[in-house]
Design a protein around this ligand. Structure first.
Ligand SMILES: NC(=O)c1ccc[n+]([C@@H]2O[C@H](COP(=O)([O-])OP(=O)(O)OC[C@H]3O[C@@H](n4cnc5c(N)ncnc54)[C@H](OP(=O)(O)O)[C@@H]3O)[C@@H](O)[C@H]2O)c1
Length: 300
C-alpha cells in the first residue's frame, strides 16, 4: 500500500486530504496539536521546524509521498511575526524536502497565489512572480527550495480555500455563513478578485496528481473568477441569508497590515490537461459544502 505523509493534517486542506486518502493509502499525519482531528490516520505531534525530528520521522516512515500543507497561513500574522513565518514556511519546507530527498520520497508543497502582485491576474505557471507580502515571499522561497531539491517534486499553488469540517477554523465562506446566520452585518471587499477553491476538490486533485507521474509547478483553483463581494452575495443566496447585511467596501478601507494581490486568480489549464479534470464552479463547491453541513447536523 502506498504511504502518504500529510504535514499540517489538522488544517482545512490537511483534513480533506486525510479524509479521502485513508481509503486507498496508509496515511500518516503530523501537526502541532496533541492529537489528530481525523481518527482514521496514524498521527504524530511534530513541528516541521525541528529538522532532526522531521528527518527521523521521514526516515522511519519512509513515505512514498509527502504533502506539505503545514504553514503559517494568517497573512497579517506573517507580516507581524516575520521570523516565525520564515521558520515554518521556508525552513520547515526545507526540512521536509531535504528529508524526502535523502530517502527518495516524492513531495508536493502547497503554495499560494500570493506569490503574484495581483496587477494583472489570472496567472499561469509561466507568469512572473512578485510577492507583495511577507507571507507571499515565504511561500515563494518554499517553492524554490522544493523544486530545486528534486526534479520529481511538485509545487501546487492554490487560492481562497473554502470547505466545511467541524474542527476547522472559519474560512471566508464559513465566516460569511456564520456571520449572516447570526444576523451580523459584514463589510466585504469588492475590489479583490480570484477563483475560490473547494478544498475537497483540491484534495481529490492532489491525490490524482500523486498517481499521474507529473512533476514541477501546477496551479489548481476553482472554476469561476469572482470578487469577494460577489462570493459573499452568492453564499447568502445559496443559504437563504440576507444579502442586505453585506456592504461592499474597498481594500483600502480595511487597513490590513499585509498588502493583498487585487486582480489575482490562477489559470488551471496545465493541471486540467494532465489529469483530465475540471475544477468545480463556486456553485458546485457551495452545494458540496451545504451537504456536509447538513450531514454533520444530522449526526448531532
Ligand atoms: N487557506 C487559503 O485560502 C490558502 C490559499 C492559498 C494557499 N494556501 C496554502 O494551502 C496550505 C493549506 O492551507 P490551510 O488553509 O489548510 O491551512 P491551515 O488550516 O492553517 O492548516 C495548516 C496547518 O499547519 C499547522 N502548522 C503550522 N505551523 C506548523 C509547524 N511548524 N509544524 C507543523 N504544523 C504546523 C497549523 O497549525 P495551527 O492551526 O496551530 O496554525 C494547521 O493545523 C498552506 O500551505 C497554505 O499556505 C491556503
Amino acid at each position: 500500500m502506498t504511504t502518504l505523509l500529510i504535514t499540517g493534517c489538522n488544517g482545512l486542506l490537511g483534513q480533506k486530504i486525510a479524509k479521502i486518502a485513508h481509503r486507498d493509502y496508509k496515511v500518516l499525519g503530523i501537526d502541532l496539536y496533541e492529537s489528530a482531528f481525523d481518527s482514521n490516520i496514524q498521527y504524530q505531534q511534530l513541528d516541521i521546524t525541528v529538522k532532526e525530528a522531521v528527518s527521523r520521522l521521514i526516515q522511519d516512515a519512509s513515505p512514498d509521498w509527502v504533502i506539505n500543507t503545514a504553514s503559517v497561513t494568517n497573512v497579517d500574522r506573517c507580516e507581524a511575526e516575520k521570523e516565525l513565518a520564515w521558520q515554518v514556511n521556508v525552513k520547515g519546507a526545507e526540512n521536509v524536502t531535504l528529508a524526502c530527498q535523502k530517502i527518495g520520497s516524492k513531495m508536493i508543497h502547497i503554495s499560494s497565489d500570493y506569490v503574484f502582485d495581483g496587477k494583472n491576474g489570472p496567472y499561469s505557471e509561466e507568469d512572473a512572480t512578485n510577492p507583495l507580502s511577507w507571507y507571499g515571499k515565504t511561500k515563494l522561497e518554499g517553492e524554490e527550495i522544493t523544486l530545486s531539491c528534486s526534479p520529481e517534486n511538485i509545487v501546487l499553488r492554490t487560492m481562497v480555500l473554502y470547505g466545511y469540517e467541524p474542527t476547522v477554523r472559519p474560512n471566508f465562506v464559513t465566516w460569511v455563513i456564520n456571520s449572516l446566520q447570526a444576523g451580523k452585518a459584514i463589510r466585504v471587499v469588492a475590489d479583490q478578485w480570484g477563483n475560490p477553491t473547494c478544498a475537497d476538490n483540491l484534495a481529490e486533485a492532489l491525490l490524482k496528481l500523486c498517481a499521474s507521474g507529473g512533476a514541477g509547478l501546477f496551479h489548481f483553483a476553482g472554476g469561476e473568477f469572482l470578487s469577494r463581494w460577489e462570493m459573499a452575495t452568492e453564499i447568502a443566496q445559496k443559504f437563504d441569508l440576507s444579502t442586505e447585511l453585506i456592504t461592499p467596501i474597498t481594500t483600502s478601507e480595511l487597513s490590513q497590515s499585509a498588502p493583498r494581490p487585487r486582480h489575482s486568480g490562477l489559470k488551471t489549464e496545465k493541471i486540467e490537461k494532465l489529469l483530465g479534470i475540471k475544477p468545480l464552479s463556486f456553485q458546485e463547491g457551495l452545494n458540496r459544502l451545504a451537504k456536509q453541513i447538513i450531514a454533520s447536523q444530522e449526526l448531532l
